[in-house]
Write a new protein. Structure first.
Ligand SMILES: Cc1cc2nc3c(=O)[nH]c(=O)nc-3n(C[C@H](O)[C@H](O)[C@H](O)COP(=O)(O)O)c2cc1C
Length: 303
């Protein structure tokens, strides 16, 4: 029997496969399509303190091997999430991670503070990296100082483990990762979407009402894989790899590069049960290669 479990230090996962924020609703929407108990964990859609309508449409479009989204963090806010969603998530044996957002550092801290009083949450994922809000991609994760400030504040005010989700839209991702580690983050998630755009040549207008959006899907996998590898050489905290995962082999690449776990995003839109298949692929790989414990491949890249 293969052991797929992963110890992140602050959190035990039954396997390394989680679902990525914004691509899996609040989890409960996927119950008709798959068994949530099979997941290592699920990360819910980003939450601000108050409900938000997000950006006007069109806000989603397909590109070659990818998707550009400008949803703009539509969400129901912490209060409704805690009252209407969280109680039903407690029925499932999987780690529930809440993706938290803020227009200011204080809002991030207030969201965490509210959620600190709720049960059934394993950790927070600090979304300091969304590229498609009104700020044209100018989020805290673009600089080491702004990253340090928000991570430090949330760590000081909240008792729960914190995973900081970084932006790939930077020159040197290792500098930002080190700032988050110095500020006390328990883990890192790499990465959010790449700032992107698309143009309709007939109308000469942007295809997205927001002009800019974030690129995700298989198109970005080699880019985020490279970042995971670079960051793994610089930090000691566990890394969660995100970007373009559609199969077990993608998960293995991220783990060999240094990720302890992964999140699957855009692939959930193609097949809402894909994560179960990916977990099955991992088990098969371990059996075929006589690997008793999947965790032993983390950071095993031979260069
Ligand atoms: C429609 C959509 C909505 C998203 N919403 C969020 C969000 O609320 N918070 C967040 O941190 N990331 C959000 N993301 C980014 C994903 O969690 C993930 O980082 C990104 O899509 C890369 O992974 P993938 O290539 O597997 O999709 C969203 C992505 C998509 C496509």
């Amino acid at each position: 029997m293969t052991d797929l479990s992963i110890d992140l230090g602050f959190l035990q996962l039954k396997n390394p496969v989680l679902t990525a924020s914004g691509t899996f609703g609040y989890g409960v929407e996927f119950v008709p399509f798959m068994d949530l108990n099979k997941l290592g964990g699920l990360v819910v859609k980003g939450l601000y303190f108050h409900p938000r309508p997000g950006n006007p449409p069109p806000r989603l479009m397909e590109t070659a091997s990818g998707l550009i989204n400008a949803i703009g963090l539509q969400g129901i806010g912490v209060k409704r999430f805690s009252e209407e969603i969280l109680p039903s998530l407690k029925d499932y044996d999987t780690a529930v991670i809440v993706n938290i957002c803020g227009d200011t550092d204080e809002e991030y801290a207030a969201v965490a503070d509210y959620l600190d009083k709720q049960e059934g949450i394993a950790a927070y994922e600090l979304n300091i990296s969304c590229p498609n809000t009104k700020r044209d991609g100018r989020c805290p994760a673009l600089g080491p100082d702004t990253t340090y400030a928000v991570v430090n504040l949330v760590k000081k005010t909240s008792w729960r483990p914190l995973i900081t989700k970084l932006s790939p839209n930077v020159t040197d991702i290792t500098e930002i990762a080190s700032a988050a580690q110095e500020a006390g983050t328990d883990g890192l998630a790499l990465a959010n979407t790449f700032l992107a755009m698309a143009i309709d040549v007939e109308t000469r207008r942007p295809k997205l009402a927001n002009v800019f959006g974030g690129l995700s899907g298989p198109a970005i996998k080699p880019l985020t894989l490279r970042m995971v590898y670079q960051v793994a050489q610089h930090v000691q905290v566990p890394i969660i790899g995100i970007g373009g995962i559609v199969a077990g082999s993608d998960v293995l690449e991220y783990m060999i590069a240094g990720a302890s776990a992964v999140e699957v995003g855009t692939a959930n839109f193609i097949d809402p049960g894909i994560t179960e298949k990916i977990i099955h692929d991992l088990d098969k790989y371990c059996r075929q290669n006589s690997i008793p414990n999947l965790a032993q491949i983390i950071g095993s890249l031979k260069t």
